[in-house]
Design a protein around this ligand. Structure first.
Ligand SMILES: [Zn+2]
Length: 116
């Protein structure tokens, strides 16, 4: 499932959760409870933690969410692995009642059984 596959009535809430989750990670980095891994947006005095991408072992560049409703559950990944992982589909598969409550019953379609 890609973000562009989301129905228009779901996309704004998904993006709101995505933005909120990203903010929580930034807060955690600022508080020092998560190391900064990205070489982007840093001051020249900041150090970047040598943290490997959990998928390929290269320097991580970002924290990947699988579930934006679990905003602090992230894994460090490099950009290419982050892209390959795609959207945070667990935001839907782990929280069908959340989406049902918002009136998004029966969606989105996911390959729920593809990874066992
Ligand atoms: Zn990687």
């Amino acid at each position: 499932m890609k973000k562009s596959d989301l129905p228009p009535q779901v996309l704004p809430e998904y993006e709101r959760l995505q933005s909120r989750a990203g903010g929580k990670i930034q807060d955690a980095i600022c508080r020092g409870s998560l190391p900064r891994v990205s070489t982007r947006y840093r001051s020249e005095f900041e150090t970047i933690a040598p943290i490997p991408c959990v998928d390929c072992g290269q320097q991580a560049q970002t924290y990947d969410h699988r579930d934006y409703l679990a905003p602090l559950a992230v894994e460090p990944v490099c950009d290419s692995c982050n892209y390959r992982r795609g959207m945070a589909a667990d935001t839907f598969t782990n929280h069908s009642e959340y989406w049902t409550r918002l009136g998004f019953a029966g969606f989105p379609e996911t390959e729920a059984h593809s990874d066992g």
